[in-house]
Design a protein around this ligand. Structure first.
Ligand code: ADP
Ligand code: MG
Length: 247
């Protein structure tokens, strides 16, 4: 579904992503792990069009999407959540997701139907799928951090993606919220059939749900493989245990 070929990105002489390749097959859950500053978010920004690569290629469902704008890439079936929560704070939970569904349905132009009455069923279905239906009337800015992170996933789902990219979905979550999020990602994969690429510091989450793992260190991919292959790899142990940075 996703083929990343030799992507590179330099910021003022600093090579944040170096010659990185990655493949994600339909239905897989693939994790990118690595110390802070390894280039994980930059890689996701390059894939989703937020940044343009200096070189390399991104193919999505066989189509070259390298350097396209984020909103164009989003329409091809790829959606993402951000490391730092990114929701409309003053809208309700329902309205945040409704906006995403409306954007996909291109119904915002309709002058004769109040937008509040549109896409109610689909918005409700999305909220149910992430477990936020009971909080649909809450103001988003007043939610707990964990619920806001989940709301961001719901907003990403509002565009009915086939491929979901999650940048540290459990960052800042309590252990209970993290457990809920693990179940949610499993649900999105198994029940909703989504293909998922995510990066995460919580190793329990990574090893419990990933089909494959890629390890990034200083902008480069040092290994891609199954959980067992990654766990037993010496270079990975060095990156995490050898004092490079905290995991
Ligand atoms: P990670 O998500 O793995 O923690 P990032 O992709 O955020 O890492 O960052 C990789 C490196 O690139 C870091 O050293 C960071 O400071 C640098 N970087 C990221 N974005 C920019 C930017 N827009 N301008 C300059 N440097 C950046
Ligand atoms: Mg990051």
């Amino acid at each position: 579904m996703l083929q990343v070929n030799s992507l590179s990105k330099t910021f003022s002489g600093f090579r944040a992503v170096k010659d990185t390749s990655l493949e994600v097959k339909k239905g897989e859950i693939v994790a990118v792990i690595g110390p802070n500053g390894a280039g994980k978010t930059t890689l996701f920004n390059l894939i989703t069009g937020i940044l343009k690569p200096d070189s390399g290629q991104v193919l999505f469902k066989g189509k070259d999407i390298t350097g396209l704008s984020p909103h164009v890439i989003c329409k091809t079936g790829m959606s993402r959540s951000f490391q730092v929560v990114n929701v409309f704070q003053r809208l309700t939970v329902f309205e945040n997701v409704q906006v995403a569904v409306l954007a996909k349905e291109k119904k915002t132009w309709n002058l004769f139907t109040p937008s509040k009455k549109l896409v109610i069923d689909e918005t409700n279905r999305t909220l149910e799928s992430v477990g936020l239906i009971d909080k649909q009337n809450n103001i988003s800015g007043a939610l707990s951090h964990g619920d806001r992170k989940v709301l961001e996933i719901a907003i990403a789902l509002g565009g009915s993606p086939e491929f979901l990219i999650l940048d540290e979905p459990t960052a800042g979550m309590s252990p209970e919220e993290t457990a809920r999020c693990i179940e949610l990602i499993r649900h999105l994969s198994k029940k909703m059939g989504l293909t998922i690429l995510f990066c995460e510091h919580d190793m329990e989450l990574v090893f419990s749900i990933s089909n494959r793992i890629m390890v990034m260190v200083r902008g480069a991919s040092i290994i891609q493989g199954s959980c067992e292959e990654v766990r037993s790899n010496e270079a990975v142990q060095e990156a995490y245990l050898g004092g490079d940075a905290t995991c």
